[in-house]
Design a protein around this ligand. Sequence first.
Ligand code: 13P
Length: 251
Amino acid sequence: MRRPFIAGNWKMNLAARDAVRLAQEIRERIGSVPDRDVAVCPTFVSVSAVAAALEDSPIGVGGQDCSQWDDGAYTGDISASILRSASAKFVILGHSERRHVMGETDEVVRAKMGKAREAGLKPILCVGETLEERKSGNTLAVVERQLRKGLEGLTSEDLAETTVAYEPVWAIGTGEVATPEQAQEVHAAIRGWLKDLGGPVGEDIRIQYGGSVKPDNVGGLAAMPDIDGALVGGAALKADSFSAIVGFGTA
Ligand code: 13P
């Protein structure tokens, strides 16, 4: 049985003080969450402070990206080991905004996955098709390529520490959520590829859905057999909506 995993991607929002305040509010509202894992991913500059605010709580902290290189002369970049030293446990990699706005290739995402694992971070590998790719019938081909490239060369130990997030680009920040059936179709395909790559480990890897997840649609999505939680953007920026999403099915 896979434990649901809900993560908040705060994207490029919240000054450091506001990030700490939101973390404290989320901590107060969520209390203990015995049967699910929870994480928040602030901007790099707030990772340490948010981790301190969440110390001894069940809520983990992650980064939103890391460098494809080890420490060295890469001005402005943040290595996986520096991120880990700031108390991050997780790192989101291959988010569609990085792929499509910053031009990250599958090869770059793959290199970052390797660095994350070397540093002991648990990666959340994002995959997902654009509207154009969906309309032209290429959804599964695009997702399979991103998934196989992103996981290339990882050991089954690495795979066991990895989460996959299926985020259809057309559903991100648009209010247009994939239906549970649309999402499940892709999640089931991802599950098949994960088992192909990792054998029995593939059965245990969590696959989050992301894209306009809200308190009123998370239950329907999470009821699907291969949807194991959510990667939440906009609704993760408010303690009430994020804690409602985290608590799906328990009210
Ligand atoms: P929204 O929940 O705002 O659609 O963002 C989803 C996302 O990109 C999470 O990584």
